[in-house]
Design a protein around this ligand. Sequence first.
Ligand code: SF4
Length: 346
Amino acid sequence: MYPADAEFGFELLVCRWAETSWPPTGRSGDSVVVARQLGTAERRWDTVVLECDPAGLAARGEFGPNELDSDLLHVVRNAPAEWAWYRDALPHPGYPWRYVRAAVHRAADRGAVETRRDGNRIQLRRTAAYPDWLRRIVVIENKPDLNATAARALSAQLRYDVDTGLADEVWVATETTGERVEPALLEDLPVDVGILAFDTGTAGDGPDGWPAAPGGVDASIEWYPSSVTPVPGERDDDRRGRRLELAERAYGRGWRSYHDTMRPDCRHFELRRFGRALVPYCAAKGRSQTAAECSGSCPKFEPEPPAWRTRGWPVEGGPGTGIRALLRRRREWVRKRSVREPGTDS
Ligand code: SF4
């Protein structure tokens, strides 16, 4: 049993589990960053886990909590230690220099580089060397009701993940059925893809089927994945750049970013504890709502009353602002904690 009928609730539990328990094969010395619903123009993944060098991840933090997009990465990764004209210092990006100049100014506004003028020329130098913080990218497709038909439908997507080599490891997460994995399932999934089975049943013994006490989901490995990291080749720079862009997006957004698209400012929006995860709950519907239905077009949407925003109740700005701030703080806190102590709980 997991919150909401759709995959969204299951996905949040998988993300929270990854945050506290990755890797499933046992503790490693890596720090972990977890994000959800991230990808490229061609493919979006449910859950993305970054395995990071702890010192590198701490050094990445010096560039601020927000993601560095590809233009900013071009500037920050190539910024020189000593003052230099930006056109001398940076490799030609393959597009007009005026866009690079704009990116240099954006990077300076964020404190990621320093700039000064030398006549008409903009010079820059780095504030710190951009670290080599990313070790591996692991992607997880969440499919709580994985049967042979669903496995067949997923197969092409997973084959794409294996073949493109952006990720180093590919998993499918499903809900445990108490039965052994059917051989037909394994036949339909690419053999390189691992299968994780989640037992969420222990988390639902409280009122309304919600957990009575902090517990958590358990995951077992039903099938071990193979590493799908491509062998070194001539397109390594391109691949490294695309992986870093993906990692930067994951670093900047995390998995609690659903508060940006849902409506915590609706009077019915609540956060409830499910095992070790905080997940959205709709008091009007009496269940956990999906991200898609929780929008301004929801027929039951009601803005929180203005009176809630007065007298600082219960958090400055009203509950909606409070929930957003809480989720943001938790994201920051987990990020800082994973830098200090890899693999720790929050
Ligand atoms: S009533 Fe609609 S908008 Fe409000 S919390 Fe529930 S699902 Fe979200």
